[in-house]
Design a binder for this molecule. Structure first.
Ligand SMILES: [Zn+2]
Length: 111
């Protein structure tokens, strides 16, 4: 579905006359990075936004309650090193934690 939209845009004259920024935003529109956990989902504005727990947490009635209330979401035990920190309980939008700005390290530089 999404790919056909991209292909249609890419073949139109309108697309060819503008820069690549619009395509970039289109391709990356699913990735949201925030420094803090948002109160509302940035995509659908609903709440709560769940904290994703990785690994196998000890199940308790408290955890079960938070899971059913949509406050916590389980992310499984596979970590790729680039995993979302929060997930919207309503639309499933995943939100990544924005890495704090680091100065003078050999990490990826941001402008
Ligand atoms: Zn949402």
């Amino acid at each position: 579905m999404k790919y056909s939209v991209v292909a249609k845009k890419a073949s139109s004259k309108e697309y060819l006359s503008c820069d690549n920024r619009s395509t970039f935003q289109l391709m990356c529109s699913n990735r949201i990075e925030l420094a803090r956990k948002p109160v509302k989902c940035p995509t659908c504005q609903s709440k709560p936004v769940a904290v994703i727990l990785y690994g196998f947490p000890a199940f308790s009635s408290d955890l079960e309650q938070k899971l059913s209330a949509g406050l916590i979401s389980l992310g499984g035990c596979s970590l790729s090193g680039d995993d979302p920190a929060w997930r919207c309980a309503t639309c499933g939008q995943e939100i990544y934690r924005k890495a704090p700005f680091t100065f003078g390290t050999d990490g990826p530089q941001e402008q």
